[in-house]
Design a binder for this molecule. Sequence first.
Ligand code: DLL
Length: 433
Amino acid sequence: MIWNKEMECADRETMRALQLERLQETVKYEYEHVPHYAAKMDKAGVKPEDIVTLEDIALLPFINKEDLAENYPTGLFAQPMENIVRIQSSSGTTGKPKIIGYTKGDMEDWGEAVARGLAMCGAGPNDTVHVAYGYGLFTGGLGAHAGAETLGATVLPMSTGNTARQIMFMQDMKSDILCCTPSYALTIAEAVERAGIDPADLQIRAGLFGAEPWTQSMREKIEKGLGIRAHDIYGLTEITGPGVATSCEANNGMHIQEDLFYPEIVDPNTLKPLPPGETGELVFTTLKKRGVPMVRYRTRDICYLMEGKCSCGRTSVRMSRVFGRTDDMLIVKGVNVFPSQVETVIAKFNELTLNYKILVDRKGGSDSIELMVEFAEGLIIDDIDFVENMRKRVEHALREILQIGCKVRFLNAGTLPRSEGKAVRVEDRRKYE
Ligand code: DLL
C-alpha cells in the first residue's frame, strides 16, 4: 500500500518545485528564528533571498553536531518552549546529549513519515504493530508508535527486553508487524527457535528494522528465523527520528520522504555536492520542521543516492544502506556511543591514565562493550577491594553517560601498546556479514 500517493509518487518536477518552495521558507525561517545559524549565514555572506534554485542550497553553511553541543541544550530551538510539545534526545560527543524539540506540527509530520514506512511493509489500519524499540528519549519507540497511530493500526507498545514476554504477546495478540533494531529481531528469532515455535505459526509477516547498520545476510537470517519480510528504516534524532527513509518491497534502497527531508551527498573532505550514485556523506535539510529546523545537517553517515522510478511505483529518491560513518560513532545495542564520551569518564579518575581501548563484540546476536584502561603509574593493583571499588565507580560512571552497561578491565600502567600516530581506541569485532 502507498500511504501518500500525492507525495510518494509525485512527478519529479512537481516534487522539486515543492522542495524549492519549502527550502526557501525553511532558510528564511531559520535565519529569522535561530541566531546561531543566522550568524553562520552572515559569515558565509549568504542571505535567504540568495536561494533561487534547489542547487543554491550549496551556498548555505552546514550544521554539525558541534553546533548542537555549543548550543546545548536548546540554543538551536526556533520556537519558545510553550510551542514545543516533545523532547527527544540522543548521545552527544561528550557528556551532554543532543536535545531536539518538536512542535505539534512536527509530531504530525513525524507520524506521517513513519506511517508511509509502515505502509511500505504492507501494514494497514487492520494490523497490530508490535513496537519493540526502546521507549523514552530514544526516538525508536515513540517514533514507530506515532507512525502506527497515524496509520490507525493497533499499537503494542512493548519497548525492548524480556524476549519471552515479547514472544508471548506476539502469539497471543497476533502481532502483524514487528518494529525493533535488526539485532533485537535476530535475538527474538533465536528465542523463537529455542522455544521450538514454528515461525509459520506466528501471524507476524513483516518488520521495520533500523537504528543501526545491518546487512543483506542479517536480513536473510531475520526473514528466515521469523518467517517475515524485513524492511530497512533509517532516521536520526536531529532530523526527526525513524522514518526519514524506508525500504519498500523491492528492497532496493530506502525511499526518502523528500517532501519533508531534502537529501544531499557531499564529499566528506571537500564538502562539495556529489551526483547520485556516488558514495559520500549524507546531509539533510528539514523542509517542514519548526521546532528545531536543520539546514544542511551533516549526518556523518556514508551512503549514496539513487534516482529513478522504483518498481513499487514510488518516484522518490532512494538512499543505499549506510556503509559506515565519517566520525567515530559506534552503535552498540542500538545506542550511539562516542569514544570521546568514554574518555570524558576516564579523565574524571586520577587513578586512571588516558591509555585505553574500547572492545565491541557481538555474541548470539547481542552486542557487548568493554573498556580496557590502565591504572596510573605506581598504583598497585593487587588490592582486590580497591580494584573492585574502582570497577564499581567506573562502570557506574560509564552507565550514567552511555546509558548502557560497559564492563571495565583494569591493566597495569604501560600494558597497552602506545600510539605512533592516530591512537586506535576502538576494536570492533562484530561481523555484519
Ligand atoms: O536511531 C532513529 C531510528 C530509530 C532509526 C529506529 C530507525 C529506527 P539516533 O539514535 O539519533 O536515531 O541514531 C541515528 O543511527 O545517523 C545512523 O548512523 C544510525 N542509523 C539509523 N538507522 C539506520 C539504518 C535513530 N537503518 C544514527 N541503517 C544514524 C544504518 C542507521 N544505520
